[in-house]
Design a binder for this molecule. Structure first.
Ligand code: GRF
Length: 218
């Protein structure tokens, strides 16, 4: 049921946009990719809701059960679900983003590598958020509480968030922004996750805005 709603929304958007965007596009458009809950996606959507220059145009997910899809629909943002074959072996996702005039791709809890066709068409316009201080504690399989568990086991004194450009490897693109906090003796993976999320929600939308501003004023 939910997927039908999503698909209808999305097709209506594409049809409308095809002609419109070439003539009138002034807004910078963001597509958010997310695989799970989507609390960051929600904060970003809320942050730009009344912005005159930047909008979240589409939410995409590789996971048809992801809660981010419900959040998107509830906030009237079209959502699109794809599978591995579509993403890596066809141009479908690429062409959708191109056809609706996406300028920036934001990964917010997206667990797959970004394919080369997207990296080529959006150079330096794809960013990710990671719940640790890269270059440590990144890479394949490093997501969610596994990251915080590894940070605690390594005896780190501090952790934080990293926002970085995306390249062909997991969590290795150039770092744009980091925010650090001290780990307390009684911190657990859960308590760290909570603090990380709060930091992400505060900083991610603002960093996106600054980045768009900086790139577009070049
Ligand atoms: C965030 O902690 C982010 O750093 C990581 O995945 C998590 C996504 O959380 N890449 P949410 O789905 O936005 O709540």
């Amino acid at each position: 049921m939910m997927l039908i709603t999503i698909k209808c929304n999305f097709e209506a958007l594409l049809k409308y946009e095809y002609d419109y965007q070439a003539k009138h596009k002034t807004m910078k458009r963001i597509a958010i990719f997310a695989s799970g809950s989507g609390s960051n996606a929600q904060k970003i959507i809320e942050y730009f809701r009344d912005n005159k220059e930047i909008e979240v145009t589409l939410v995409l997910s590789n996971n048809k059960g992801a809660y981010v899809l419900e959040r998107a629909v509830a906030m009237d943002i079209p959502a699109y679900v794809f599978n591995r074959q579509l993403f890596y072996e066809t141009e479908e996702v690429h062409d959708i983003l191109r056809d609706i005039g996406i300028d920036y791709i934001v990964l917010a809890g997206f667990l797959w590598l970004v394919p080369e066709n997207l990296l080529k068409s959006w150079p330096n316009h794809i960013i990710n958020i990671h719940p640790a201080l890269l270059p440590k504690f990144g890479g394949k399989g490093m997501y969610g509480d596994k990251v915080h568990q590894a940070v605690i086991e390594a005896g780190e004194k501090e952790t934080g968030i990293t926002i970085h450009y995306v390249n062909e490897k997991y969590d290795e693109g150039e770092i744009i922004f980091q925010k650090v906090f001290k780990i307390l003796p009684n911190d657990t993976p859960e308590s760290i996750a909570e603090k990380i999320h709060a930091l992400e929600h505060t900083h991610f939308p603002a960093v996106i805005e600054q980045l768009v501003d900086k790139i577009d004023k070049k």
